[in-house]
Design a protein around this ligand. Sequence first.
Ligand code: HEM
Ligand code: HEM
Length: 224
Amino acid sequence: MKVWDIYTRLWHWLLVLGIFFQWLSGEVLDDQMQNHALIGYTLLGMMIFRICWGLIGPEAVRFTRFVPSWTTLSGYITKSNKAIFVSHNPLGALAVLAFIVLITLQAASGFFMEDEIFFTGPLYNWLSASTTSLIAELHEIAFTGILLLIVIHIFAVIYHRFKHEPFIVKAMVTGNKPLTNPFQPLPAVQLHIRAWLCIAVSIISVWLLVNHLPGWLGVEADFY
Ligand code: HEM
Ligand code: HEM
């Protein structure tokens, strides 16, 4: 049965590519800062999309359906015989939330960065120099958090893949899991309308944040 819709799957694999490019352009290459910012804004938009999708998307990706209560979470952690969840399991759900929070923080802190050569983020001149440099530290710390989470995520996926869910990685590619899906599927037209609504919300939000927020906050425009 179809569990992951096409937008969620595209979102996941574009996220993997995006994070890889941000690592490459932030840590390895030194002439890619404009593209680093551009992909950073795109990743911010993708987080806004996922929040919107978690509110109005199909049931399997909705926060109300997969974010666990304390009882479900502690029950899952303490039980040795783990149930198979059609959407994310309770620990996986926490990882999804942590990814969204960390990547949003990372992209937002980028607005305060500069590379001492060519690039100045849109909010670089907004706060005092000491606050801005603290935020720049956050840009490094949050990325360490993201890397750590990626390592845990990949180990968790491999563990479940070999322990009792041989289909999970394939399911993030094809969308299908050989399980009875208890969720109501969205009719195709509804799925696309809702997805494009979320895409529009995220594009407009990022455009306002990058192009207009500095003006609203009275930040002196630098070249960015
Ligand atoms: C940069 C690296 C990665 C990041 C940031 C990342 C992030 C995420 C996020 C946020 C989700 C939740 C999807 C949603 O609900 O919208 C997810 C799910 C998933 N990811 Fe990744 N991922 C990464 C790499 C990988 C890799 C390399 C694999 C394959 C080996 C993988 C396999 C999966 C699978 C199978 C799921 C679904 C888990 C489930 O069934 O509960 N991910 N990932
Ligand atoms: C989720 C999105 C982002 C990720 C994962 C990311 C990741 C990184 C990483 C790993 C570094 C290297 C840190 C270091 O030198 O120790 C870096 C540096 C930097 N990032 Fe980002 N970044 C993101 C978004 C942004 C955005 C949106 C901007 C600007 C608007 C930005 C601007 C910068 C700047 C100016 C540097 C400093 C480069 C230097 O020191 O030469 N980043 N980023």
